[in-house]
Design a binder for this molecule. Structure first.
Ligand SMILES: [Zn+2]
Length: 157
């Protein structure tokens, strides 16, 4: 396992990591030829044609702003969908504290852009009326703007 620099924040990440643990940037493209790759290829070809000397300098930080924002948007939608499903599942969601939902961890366990896992911290009353902090994990299936709950699990003390 080698460490490489994240293309977005330049911090060291595993070359097998799907997402940068520091900034969440998606490191492994699941679509065959994304905008970023085409851009990098264009820069390389342009550099080769115009100035071979410049090839020694790697292209710095390709503009992947659009892709990154889209991914962040999707992650946030996943968090929001999970929050909604958790509220529905809770006995008394009004007494539950889901304010940490914005920092929930979003993963794509199968590397698929359709399957998401969202883990968020929830403070809620249990059946015995005791407030417990637990991590609730939503399994989500994304189909465009539609999010389906495939599983909801809870790990707590
Ligand atoms: Zn990063």
């Amino acid at each position: 396992m080698a460490m490489v620099a994240c293309r977005e924040c330049a911090k060291a990440v595993s070359d097998r990591a799907e997402h940068c643990p520091h900034c969440g940037f998606k490191l492994i493209a699941t679509t065959s030829w994304g905008f970023g790759k085409v851009l990098v290829a264009s820069i390389l070809i342009l550099g080769l044609v115009t100035c071979i000397g410049r090839l020694s300098e790697p292209p710095t930080k390709p503009s992947t702003k659009t892709t990154e924002e889209t991914k962040a948007d999707i992650d946030n939608t996943a968090r929001y969908a999970c929050k909604g499903f958790i509220e529905k599942s809770l006995h008394d969601y009004r007494s539950a504290d889901l304010s940490a939902w914005t920092s929930a961890t979003v993963t794509q366990p199968f590397g698929s852009t359709a399957v998401y896992e969202v883990a968020m911290q929830v403070r809620a009353k249990n059946a015995f009326n005791a407030t417990r902090l637990s991590t609730m994990t939503c399994g989500l299936l994304r189909n465009g703007d539609n999010w389906t709950l495939t599983g909801l699990s809870q790990a707590g003390k």
